[in-house]
Design a protein around this ligand. Sequence first.
Ligand SMILES: Cc1ncc(C[n+]2csc(CCOP(=O)(O)OP(=O)(O)O)c2C)c(N)n1
Length: 621
Amino acid sequence: MGARNLKIEHIENPEFLKQLSVDELGALCRDIRTFLIGSIAKTGGHLSSNLGAVELTVAMHTVFDSPKDQLIFDVGHQAYTHKILTGRATQFPTLRQTDGLSGFLKRSESDHDVFEAGHSSTSLAAGAGMLQAKTVNNQIGHVVMLIGDGALTSGAALEAMNFMGHDDSKHPIIILNDNDMSIGPNVGYLSKVLSKIRLRRGVRGIRSKTLKIIPRPLRSITYSVEKRIKGFIAGQSYFEDMGYDYYGPLDGHDLRTLLKAFNVAKQTSKPCIIHVRTQKGRGYAPSEADQTGQWHGVGSFEVEAGTMPHAPEDHQESYSRAVTRFLTAHAAEHPDFFVITPAMISGSELEQFATSYPKRLIDVGIAEQTALTMATGMALKGVGVFVSIYSTFLQRAYDQVLHDLARHNVHVVLGIDRAGLVGGDGETHQGVFDIPMLSHIPNMTIAHGKDIKELYGLLRYAMTVHRGPMAVRYPKETTPIYTEAIEAVEPIGPSWETVTWGQSATVVTFGSLIGELTEVLNGSDVRLINARYIKPLDIEMLKSIPTDKPLLVVEESQRQGGLGQQILATLATLNRLPKVFDHMAFDDVFIAQGDRQTMLKRHGLDVMSIMQRLESLRHAT
Ligand SMILES: Cc1ncc(C[n+]2csc(CCOP(=O)(O)OP(=O)(O)O)c2C)c(N)n1
């Protein structure tokens, strides 16, 4: 072990860092890296971002006094070193598991976790809020915001940067962690600006040469012109023009440099940005070499071999990949068809489409709002568009779905990935709010298939028959690979399907629960209805449900505003309310991390709980 024979597991809080020499801090960083690689290899987690931020985090905790100084981590996916330094190393074997250590910051875990996230680009606005609070609360020290170059591309971050830059009386300290990557390569003009800034040293050379050949009296004028040129060449003026003192670009793995820069920032009083260059995945060869984001978030892996054995079994693939195969086949027949992704090529497994149609895959960066409004603009001009987006990140673009997409009533297909429970990412990432969010928006159609064939049928309908915005949901699960011709799949229009027939009760649900319930309801005298269209409801099918027998609606979604409440309201309007009705769903709650089956059980949505509820309803009639 490195620093003063300190074991990582024995760290209780970051106080001890202030006693260590730079060499000892360096040894500690090496130990932390080894710990992270060994630990994440067992549990999975955000490997690359954490390996890149070790020195940065150690330096932050050495110079600043957390928790009085507010250390805010954007997304929070890179905060594992912060967790170690604040006494949580022993909990790493439970990382991202049911009731275990969160993969993000959690105020309930530590006083040092001053702001929680999971969605990106909130750190600057949160910091702006704390700086405002500081004007009336002297318990708040420095406000330090660590944000990645990917997260900085989001409007949410840029708005807050714009806001804070105008106010010299406050002292935001922004640390820009620039590794030239979002999950995959970063995109957009800002990433070019950062590349230009990295050339700054070369630009200094240009300045001294310029000065030598210009007469002394003209030098100051030349200097101001040159500063503009330098700004243009280097992009440095981007931040200075926004009101910030700019320091950088600095080597984000060099502790001496980092400590010096953070100390300078601490002593200034103006808004400042410290721009550090880091290497994503540093210290582990496979993640260092990763250009696409495969090692950004990982399951368990073999450290020596650099392999990830959790790949889907033979003949199985993720729904994301299955959808990409559909999109690729569709693109072959439709030359005017585009796919938009907000920075999730690797998460949504769009690689096959990217390889086949690189010009027709548009990565807008972490910019969900732009993705939706841009799709609207394209569709208004007659172009076919599919927006691939996680359910949880669609939340960012509510107004764009409503005000742009739906109000213009344009034909855009939303592929809602990660619909339902998501596992280890937990509370901030659960895909359980999009149904309530979209259902009440006029012109929206929402569908969710029970299996891959049905999903393809719904997608075929959405792409080739439907006109207007349509959301097609699919889960974070695997499916048997569809081996027949995707091109030949028939469209499935708005309609429900009776899966098992029976008289004693009716169960309405959709998605994976259909398969799970079919097995137990077959031959049970219960009618199981597949509500593959969540909007519009199948009114004829609803009318056929007997009112004197129990009706149970089950959904892997929020109860409030969910399918069950819509069915109930519609049945009331039709004057066909059943005598016994129940609705099983997540009840006004944020759902913690944990594997899907455990969480379904905890919230009473596993097959056994559903069957028990059904039994008690049948006895009630
Ligand atoms: C609103 C939102 N969209 C997408 C994501 C998925 N996501 C998590 S981390 C990440 C990349 C962040 O890149 P950067 O800020 O540069 O940090 P790095 O991982 O490179 O350190 C993305 C796109 C998210 N968390 N939130």
